[in-house]
Design a protein around this ligand. Structure first.
Ligand code: MRU
Length: 341
């Protein structure tokens, strides 16, 4: 099943806030509903956000299709802006919205726009799965039978329309018959690792062990981790990578232990307009995500809290960036430029 898809004129998604307890679908018929779903992480992960953004513009077009062409363009443009800014870090969200912007600005009437936006959203979703399969195959060449692989957050099928990026590499290696074991960082505060990655791997029967984030260094020191593979939310032109908070620490630990650190992401995650990672906007989320766990207080209710959802791993800590166009190696500025669309 795709993580997000169209049913009639509605957008349906797996509600990732309900996993692993229940596999529930959430349906959105309005832009407001979709923005809520993005902000509350019912749909999350950079490539899935790209598809969600595209589907959101389609929902807007449905809502405004009876307006004059001029009013239609004004209303859909305003909705597109609101969708693109629902979360700031993953560049795929605005990438998906911008692909749709090019579509509705190019057609003559609102009904034509509705048809063209539906087609483009479906194309983006289909492309995502194909892209991840290509990326997975390219990355699997770096994995050897017997490897212990550490991953952080969820860069699996749930973070995409299907197949996954970091977990796409894992899936492709397993499909090639390689015997691997995945160590899954819990990924506090929202536990995308324990709730989503552990669930996905278990569903597929891929051997996996869940650890808390603070155990990664110990496991590396005991020789159980041979490679780290993570996803990305935005990659600057020089190879600096924004990904889930805690990724930077894992990369520092990997360098200390001489372990390769791989980033797997589609080319749509590369923001060629940013020369380095210092310009990547880092989302700050609700302090209660840290103070509480699933509503239960875990700390003094008034304690000051920091809750950046992402961090930036500098390019010098990254061994390779795996994309559907091939594997980039340092210096990344030159190697990533080759993949520029
Ligand atoms: O806050 P989230 O759950 O959307 O964060 C997701 C991540 O950081 C993923 O690692 C990243 O989007 C890559 S997904 C293929």
């Amino acid at each position: 099943m795709h993580t997000i898809f169209l049913k009639g004129d509605a957008v349906v998604m797996i509600d990732q806030t309900r996993l692993p307890g229940s596999l529930t679908l959430h349906t959105c018929e309005t832009v407001e509903c979709l923005i809520e779903a993005i902000q509350s992480l019912r749909v999350r992960g950079a490539p899935a956000l790209g598809a969600a953004g595209a589907y959101g513009v389609f929902l807007s077009a449905i809502a405004h299709r009876h307006r004059t062409h001029e009013d239609f363009v004004r209303a859909v443009s305003a909705d597109a802006d609101a969708i693109a800014s629902a979360r700031p870090t993953a560049v795929n969200l605005s990438w998906g919205v911008d692909r749709q912007r090019n579509v509705f600005l190019a057609v003559a009437t609102p009904p034509e726009a509705v048809t063209a936006l539906r087609q483009e959203a479906e194309r983006i979703a289909e492309e995502d799965v194909r892209t991840n399969r290509r990326l997975g195959k390219a990355g699997a060449a770096l994995i050897e039978s017997g490897d212990g692989i550490l991953t952080h957050c969820n860069a699996g099928a749930l973070a995409c329309v299907g197949y996954g990026t970091a977990l796409g590499v894992v899936r492709a290696a397993v499909e090639e018959g390689k015997r691997i074991h995945v160590y899954v960082d819990e990924t506090r505060p929202l536990c995308q690792g324990s709730r989503l990655t552990a669930w996905e791997l278990q569903e597929e029967g891929i051997p996996a062990t869940l650890i808390t984030d603070s155990m990664a260094g110990y496991l590396m020191s005991t020789g159980r981790i041979h490679k780290v593979v993570v996803g990305a939310d935005r990659i600057a032109a020089n190879g600096d990578v924004a990904n889930k908070i805690g990724t930077y620490g894992v990369a520092v630990l990997a360098r200390h232990h001489g372990i390769p650190f791989y980033v797997a992401a589609p080319v749509s995650t590369i923001d060629y307009a940013l020369s380095d990672g210092s310009g990547i906007p880092i989302e700050e989320r609700d302090p209660d995500e840290v103070r509480r766990w699933q509503g239960v207080l875990n700390a003094p209710p008034e304690i000051d809290v920091l809750n950046p959802a992402f961090d930036v791993t500098p390019a010098y800590l990254i061994s390779s960036i795996i994309t559907e166009e091939g594997v980039a190696t340092p210096p990344f500025e030159a190697s990533l430029r080759r993949f520029k669309p």
